[in-house]
Ligand binder design. Sequence first.
Ligand SMILES: Cc1cc2nc3c(=O)[nH]c(=O)nc-3n(C[C@H](O)[C@H](O)[C@H](O)COP(=O)(O)OP(=O)(O)OC[C@H]3O[C@@H](n4cnc5c(N)ncnc54)[C@H](O)[C@@H]3O)c2cc1C
Length: 466
Amino acid sequence: MARSQAILEYMQRRDFLKKTSLLATSAYLMHLPEWNDFEPLRKGEQVLILGAGIAGLTAAYTLSKQNVSVKVLEARTRIGGRIFTYSFPQNTQLHTELGAEWVGESHNVMKGLCQELGLTLVKHQFQIDWLLGNKFYKAENPPFSKELNSKLQKFFADFLKMSEKQQRKLDQISWWRFLINNGFSEIDLACRELNDSTDFGESIRFISAFDALSEYANSSEYNEMDYKIQGGNENFVKALAQKIGNSNILTGKKVKTIRQEGKKVQVTCGDDSTYQADKVICTLPTYALSQVQFEPDLPENKKLALEQLQYARIIKMAVLFRERFWQKDNFALCTDLEGHFVFHTTQNQPSRQGILHFYTIGDKAYSLARQNKETRKKIVVQTLEPLFGNVEPLIEDIVGYYWGSDAYTQGAYALYQLGQWFGIRNVLAQPFKNIFFAGEHIADWQGFMEGAAQTGKEIAEKLLGK
Ligand SMILES: Cc1cc2nc3c(=O)[nH]c(=O)nc-3n(C[C@H](O)[C@H](O)[C@H](O)COP(=O)(O)OP(=O)(O)OC[C@H]3O[C@@H](n4cnc5c(N)ncnc54)[C@H](O)[C@@H]3O)c2cc1C
């Protein structure tokens, strides 16, 4: 999830949940009656993990550190899931991220794992300029009103004092409607729409006021757009895989059916291979999970929840330029043009060449995804022209990945819409006999690597009886 720091600071949702007593240890492990008759792993029992994204790999790593025998089944031919580091063949010294980009200052599970795995976090922060209605505003002199920040700070303070009942009410109305009801001017609303839709991946008309406030109510200077892993986020995935043992991770294994009989779980893949285990940790995103056949079948409320949760449409379009005409290493631009949110993704990577990312969401992303390279080039040129003139001759290549049609997620990350945070999240997190669920979509830090890692670690620890 992208975090924009231009207007305000984001809250650590976890801290908020703690403050409002919604979170005992971890919200996603709460309200799970199945834990009452749950038996932790016994010596010699085996665990199958479905999905080699960050949730699955973190679970496997946590278990294998305690000598539990694990196998990870991954449908794709690569591991990492929504961590997807890319280098242009024209310049393999530079890398960029077509999926997850930032590790946040408050992302303690990720920071801890990086330290444990000997990975370095490098600063990846930005100063955001604005281009609205073809008018350019420097970061120091943004287009929104001077009162905007103080208004928001008041909302946050009020929100933190609310009862759960009042907060649940805010889950029923949109963030957009909330801002209008609170007298936001057209320009302030436009800025919030751009800023927050970058974060959530769709218009703020679709996300609840609860969701926005619970995320934004505490400030931190760069709002979780703080670091990235040196050499690319894929180094995190590679390091975990090495610890787990590469031979314990099987790729090209698309899970088709999961059968539970007695105390055993049997998993069959598309290539007809079959695996048996005592417990299964399933980290599949909801679309992929809804395609799996369960015997016995999943409870009706879970099946419905799998159908109900949408994922945000995001395209990350990386543009390799022959030179870094944008000058500022921490250059970023928020615009109402097609480009939406543009930032210099190769800062701290020395080269004459450089990569700008065009991070586009919702309908804009869908539209951009359908264009050929020539049209995409025109959009890049049009977005940057008011600032830098014609940059067309400087474009070396363009590559984009549209998550809205990714075969397994059909979107970038979960998008909890009105009423859904309190409505379906717990249903999605409920274990089903000896199958336990993890992944970004049910995490406290939903939409982040942190959330995925946190759920993987916590479910593994629970199985270990911790
Ligand atoms: C465009 C974009 C930008 C993002 N930006 C950030 C950011 O800046 N910072 C941040 O922290 N996070 C960001 N995220 C979110 C982050 O990438 C995710 O939260 C996290 O990677 C999800 O991990 P996961 O393990 O839950 O799911 P996944 O990574 O999706 O892993 C699930 C795995 O299951 C596999 N699978 C699916 N179906 C099957 C099947 N039937 N059988 C076997 N395997 C299957 C998938 O191939 C996948 O590898 C971003 C994501 C996107 C897409």
